[in-house]
Design a protein around this ligand. Structure first.
Ligand SMILES: Nc1ncnc2c1ncn2[C@@H]1O[C@H](COP(=O)(O)OP(=O)(O)OP(=O)(O)O)[C@@H](O)[C@H]1O
Ligand SMILES: C=C(C)CCOP(=O)(O)O
Length: 251
């Protein structure tokens, strides 16, 4: 049983306070992982929260708008590396054999914006008993300089690469909400829920909930979107929140 879990940046950081970790939330998430039965068969991805998104917005960088400004690259990638170090530290402090992987060092987008992410280091580390921890980052982008690579995109790339049985996206909301604020149980097409989907309450250059749903629909195996309180339930094999079940033939 292998799981890919994304910890939303909005969960583990104070999203409106630049470069501030939500230490209580990060500690609770790390403890849920440390205590879960998935043990070491888990790949963790985390988002940007107040580390990546503020800098990306300052430099006008998004998943589609790139930069050639080396100061911008350093600000955005550097902030994400600092957050990644905090996540890895918290996990290892709680006994999880977590190791960092920085996607900017490996991934590319071609001139058609198609993403290529080498994953042999992830699968090898997993096989060797480590818990790889990747993060939303920048990515070298042909013709655009460097663009944002969201953690949600990483989840979509990693799930088939590690043959994941379970994909979970832990955000601040208890699931994807309909127009009345009720958690939608299951989503099979973007069109069915498009009118309820917005961006993010906080600074977010990668599309908020709408971007998340679009990215997760690209998986053929179901992904679940849930809130922090439901993380232990997800790790115990339940499907709390919203199940997003697209149909990608590549799975
Ligand atoms: N229909 C909806 N249901 C649930 N959340 C929604 C909806 N529409 C918009 N949102 C917003 O999407 C946010 C979640 O997306 P966001 O990208 O901010 O989360 P994250 O992945 O946890 O953080 P990060 O992108 O930093 O990793 C929610 O906090 C909410 O503000
Ligand atoms: C803003 C940066 C650099 C990372 C974005 O990752 P996300 O929060 O998963 O969308």
């Amino acid at each position: 049983m292998t799981a890919v879990l994304k910890l939303g940046g909005s969960v583990i950081t104070e999203k409106d306070e630049p470069e501030t970790v939500d230490t209580a939330a990060l500690s609770a998430a790390a403890s849920a992982i440390a205590e879960s039965a998935v043990g070491e068969d888990i790949v963790v991805v985390h988002g940007g929260g107040s580390f990546g998104h503020h800098h990306a917005a300052d430099y006008g960088v998004s998943t589609t708008a790139g930069t050639h400004d080396v100061d911008g690259v350093q600000a955005i990638h550097g902030a994400m590396c600092r957050l990644n170090a905090a996540v890895v530290d918290e996990l290892t402090g709680q006994g999880v054999p977590a190791v960092p992987i920085h996607p900017f060092s490996a991934a590319t987008r071609d001139a058609d914006s198609d993403l290529s992410l080498p994953t042999a280091q992830v699968t090898t580390l997993l096989d060797e008993g480590f818990v790889p921890v990747l993060h939303g980052d920048l990515v070298a982008h042909a013709g655009a300089g460097a663009t944002v690579l969201s953690g949600d995109e990483l989840v979509v790339e990693l799930a088939p690469a590690v043959d994941a049985d379970r994909v979970g996206v832990c955000s601040t909301v208890p699931g994807v909400l309909d127009e009345d604020g009720t958690v939608i149980d299951r989503i099979e097409t973007f069109e069915a829920v498009a009118s309820a989907l917005g961006g993010s309450d906080a600074t977010d250059v990668s599309g908020g909930m709408a971007g998340k749903v679009r990215a997760l629909l690209a998986l053929s195996a179901p992904a679940v979107v849930f809130g922090p309180d439901a993380l232990p339930a997800f790790l115990a094999g339940e499907s709390p929140g919203t199940t997003i079940a697209g149909d990608d033939d590549d799975w």
